[in-house]
Design a protein. Sequence first.
Length: 210
Amino acid sequence: MYAFLADVHLRPLNARDRRRFLACLERLKARAEQIYILGDLFEYWYTGMEAEVRDVAAALTDPGVHVMRGNRDFLLSPPFPGLIEGEELRIEMDGRRFLLTHGHMLLRGDIGFKCLHALGWPLLRMLDRCVKPGLKRGLAEYLVRSSAVIRPPHGSISPGIARAKGVDTVICGHLHRACMSPELIVVPAFADHAVYLGIEGQGADFYRLD
C-alpha cells in the first residue's frame, strides 16, 4: 500500500505534537510500503529549527518516507530527511499517472496568495538567511496568524485539473477537507483526525490512525 497524508501542522517546539505524530508514523510504517507527506508537516519553519525536531528528522530517514513542502513549511531545505525537490511530483502506480502536490497553487482565484508566492516567498527566503532566530520566529508566527486573511477559507480546485496537468489523478492536501473522485483526491488535514489516504492496486480510501 502507498499512504498519503497532509497538513500535519506540527508545532516544532511542542513535544506533545511531535510524540503524537511519531507514534502515528510508526503505525503507518507497518502498513505502507511508501509514505508521502504532502506538505505542511510543520505549522511553520525557518532555518535553525533543525535542532528542535531531531526526533522527527530521525523518523523521516526511512527511505520509504517522502516529504513535500507546503505553504507553511516552504523554507524546508536539504539535508532535511526525505525532502522532495519542487512543488510537484509525478509518480505511477499500477499503470495510473498521479501528480502529488500540497495544493496551494491549485486553487481557483486566490490572487492574494499567488502574489505572496511570487513576490513574498523570495523575500522571505532571503530574510531566512540573514535574520536572527528570535526575529524569524516572530515573523513566522505572524504569518501563521495572517494566513486565514490572505487565503480564502473555502477555496476550490477547478474541474479538469488532472487533464490540465497531464495525469490521471491529482492528489493534494491544503484544503483541510476530504474529496475523492477519479480525477482529484484531496486528503483531509492529518492534524484534525489523523486520517490518511491509502492506495493499493486500483482501490483508494481514507483511513484513521487514532
